[in-house]
Ligand binder design. Sequence first.
Ligand SMILES: Cc1cc2nc3c(=O)[nH]c(=O)nc-3n(C[C@H](O)[C@H](O)[C@H](O)COP(=O)(O)OP(=O)(O)OC[C@H]3O[C@@H](n4cnc5c(N)ncnc54)[C@H](O)[C@@H]3O)c2cc1C
Length: 390
Amino acid sequence: MIYDVIIIGGGAAGMRTAIQAKKNNKSVLVIEHGDRVGRKILSTGNGRCNLTNMNCRVDLFDRNPEGIYPYFTIGDRSFVEEVIGISDCRDTLVFFGGLGLLFEIKNDFVYPRSGQASSVLDALRFACEDAGVEFILNYQPISIIKNENGFNIDNSYYSRKLVIAAGGNSACKSGSDGSGYELARLFGHQIIKPRPALCGINCSDKFFKALAGVRNDSTVKLFADGKEVIRATGNLQFNDYGLSGIPVFQISSDFGRLNESGCRLSLSVDLLPEFAEDELILAVKANPHLLGILNKKLTAVILKMSDGLAESKVKLIKHFIATPNSLRSFDESQVTAGGVSTDEINPKTMMSRLIDGLYFAGEIIDVNGICGGYNLQWAWSTGQIAGNSI
Ligand SMILES: Cc1cc2nc3c(=O)[nH]c(=O)nc-3n(C[C@H](O)[C@H](O)[C@H](O)COP(=O)(O)OP(=O)(O)OC[C@H]3O[C@@H](n4cnc5c(N)ncnc54)[C@H](O)[C@@H]3O)c2cc1C
């Protein structure tokens, strides 16, 4: 049988593409090398699945509420604008609402009302089943040949169109092991070097051993060659290797890019962002042991590093300096920066500019978002567009 479309990868983007192609009456086969589809969706949003963000309109997405970093990191911003201009969070609500899902929206972050990521996966699985999408599990394509009739996968599976939606290289246990990049390379596509993103950062300072386990609401600022490039606020986690937690995840993509370009990088942490420096000096003068202000482990490090004066303690609290080295591993990252170059994909259709009939969807493309539902939104947007243009 020759399918209208074969989709490689049964993740968020692959299933979204399959459902959209089925709406257009196409015969669809999804080839998944894992033993089940959508495994990664189950671990999203701490098991609750933050499936999109209401703050993703084209006119808003290029700056976050702190006004400093973009929602999506890419080489070419117009590519993302084009994609999000065609399909955004409103389309996601209409799509999942149509599958029966109810939502809970907290500060623009959208979750299923059930609070369970499995609801999102089930909605996709049932929709695929109802529409007649076929699945082959535990199968990894080795050779794919394009001829005048379409695509021939290992002389076993044939289709007129092919979609590569195999994800990136992050959280490999959920199936995305980077093998999709090899498939894209088979067709001559350029892969922008993949890097872990939304992950912790290794630091070289000795005090981290003593701080392991501490959490503190902080603002983290990344400096490159002495200039602040990005900042993020949230619950910071100290580990024996360095820093993690949401504010570090949010700056990790920029850190990775700048670190590779050879900039001199440092992190400055404001451990009490809700207090101005002058009011803190008065408070610390009245409380020289810093009682009840910060976690005891942090207090001990600050008292040891300071010269005893209130000004020096406050400087350490408001500008706690860490020396970042490298990103944590792909396995510990939530998404992959880099991937198939956006120069070689048409954002209006998601079709390759090199190979007629070949499409890409999801994280395999050189676009990654910050935490907050943007990465799944990217999977839904690109899947909807690919499924429609097929
Ligand atoms: C812990 C964690 C939490 C996250 N939380 C959120 C969140 O709350 N909100 C959000 O927006 N994003 C979140 N993300 C990111 C989001 O999950 C991904 O960006 C999104 O799932 C990417 O979808 P995808 O379909 O492109 O790739 P994937 O979900 O990685 O799916 C790719 C699929 O392709 C299969 N595959 C790979 N290679 C092959 C091959 N060669 N042959 C056949 N099959 C193959 C894989 O097994 C997998 O099933 C989180 C990620 C992680 C790891």
